[in-house]
Design a protein around this ligand. Structure first.
Ligand SMILES: CC(C)(COP(=O)(O)OP(=O)(O)OC[C@H]1O[C@@H](n2cnc3c(N)ncnc32)[C@H](O)[C@@H]1OP(=O)(O)O)[C@@H](O)C(=O)NCCC(=O)NCCS
Length: 200
């Protein structure tokens, strides 16, 4: 991403897809993934700690069909031919950056959802680690962040396992459809912290 790159919906992705991680393949989603994703994305155990508990099929189809926002580097996670997860990576402005100039964006917002049948195999950690690698590698971002409900231990453990720091514990700052106002966590990582992660 360069300072004078055009802000167009048609710029090719700077990320080289597909990415292989153990027996998973990560690649940009396509419309044909919709049915496979919807098989698990609406399950109550998946939506329990998500901000978006409802899935609008038409909106999701449109999103998968494209054109893709050049700042959206989200991916589908395949196990064999099965879309068993989604990884999210959106490039945004850091605090105080000039929102008028899209190519000053230096932060990545991360997220992940997996189908319950593949939970507990380390896949969540693998997907998160790959998103962080894309953010600091090809996208050359300065910082990544991710948020979750404090109750969502599976998600914040994933963040800690990839080396992100808990930067904020928001006391009753997050609205949960069933529980009302509950605590939320924000995690972050800087590029130099990623460079220093052991074993890299
Ligand atoms: C969050 C999610 C992606 C984690 O995926 P996963 O593949 O099960 O994660 P991993 O196997 O890499 O496990 C990561 C860590 O979390 C722990 N963990 C997993 N599920 C847990 C749970 N329900 N409670 C507490 N810890 C849990 C694992 O034991 C592991 O820690 P350990 O290595 O110290 O044992 C998955 O649970 C999910 O998709 N949940 C529903 C959607 C969601 O909440 N997305 C995140 C929104 S912020």
């Amino acid at each position: 991403m360069t300072a004078d790159a055009p802000d167009s919906l048609d710029v090719p992705s700077p990320v080289s897809w597909p990415r292989r991680v153990a027996d998973l393949v990560l690649r940009p989603p396509v419309e044909a993934d919709l049915d496979g994703v919807l098989r698990w994305r609406r399950l109550p155990e998946v939506t329990r700690w998500l901000l978006r508990t409802e899935v609008d099929e038409v909106a999701m189809r449109d999103r998968l069909r494209g054109p893709r926002d050049p700042h959206d580097h989200s991916c589908v996670v395949l196990l064999g031919d099965d879309p068993v997860g989604m990884g999210y990576l959106e490039v945004v402005d850091g605090m105080g950056q000039d929102g008028e100039s899209a190519y000053r964006r230096t932060e990545g917002l991360l997220g992940w959802n997996l189908a319950p049948q593949v939970w507990g195999r380390g896949y969540g950690t693998m997907v998160a680690r790959e998103l962080v690698a894309i953010a600091f590698g090809e996208l050359r971002l300065r910082r990544v962040t991710a948020g979750c409900f404090a109750h969502n231990a599976a998600s914040w453990k994933v963040m800690e396992k990839v080396g992100m720091r808990r930067e904020q514990h928001g006391v009753r700052d997050s609205w949960h459809a069933e529980l009302g106002w509950v605590d939320g966590f924000t995690y972050a990582m800087l590029r130099d912290e990623w460079d220093g992660v052991a074993g890299r």
